[in-house]
Write a protein that binds this ligand. Sequence first.
Ligand code: HEM
Length: 228
Amino acid sequence: MSIESESGIRAKKEMTSTAKYLNMAILIIILGVSAYIIGRIVNDIGVVLFTYHPTFMVLGYLILMSNAILIMADSSILTTNMSHQNRITAHWIIQLCALILFVIAQICIFTHKNNLGKSHFQTTHSIFGLITVSLTMLSAIGGVFTKYAMQLRNTVKPVVLKCFHSFAGILVYILAVITMILGFSQMWNEDKDAYIKPILIVLIVIIAFFILIKSFVLFISRFKDIIA
Ligand code: HEM
């Protein structure tokens, strides 16, 4: 992306008060949805090995990754006064913490199913989950290259690396949202879930829209620059 067009999109570093309130509202919805999913699982089955799977996935994708994406889109109230360089540092540290949670969550579910003698990757949720976690790892590796984009500029244009990394991030987040929805949908089938599940799905879709919208605009703009 040309410096002009990227800075055009990032020009409004100072968030408007509407954007700040919207950001706060989304953070509250994220915390509410996460608390419901984790609280419900702990309430239904207690703290057993399985419990760490949805808990760490929700903490990693819904809380940490959402904020890491917002930070790089300059849309987070948590980092409004930070320099771009510090935002990059905050982004990769948060993503690293999320990655650690994903690995632990995956080990927990794998071991839990082994202990029960169940076969692996048999449901739509588990197949989506496997693809999501694998792409998350690939996207993280891409993130390392993107961090050193300037040093690698003689090999590949920085805008190409940035474009790939933002595309991978958007794709991973969308897949994670679908996987989460499939996860609780297959577990919860009580009478009350007839209205709880649609409410959760609508809230998660609203969260995903808000989290991804600016990154998507940035991605499109970088992509146009590459093909121009
Ligand atoms: C994006 C977040 C998530 C990812 C990437 C993910 C990934 C996975 C994967 C790969 C498996 C298969 C493990 C195996 O067969 O060895 C699995 C199993 C499972 N997950 Fe998730 N999961 C996520 C979130 C959730 C959530 C939020 C819940 C429930 C609220 C959940 C409930 C389950 C259950 C019940 C199983 C065992 C049954 C099955 O294999 O489908 N997961 N998950």
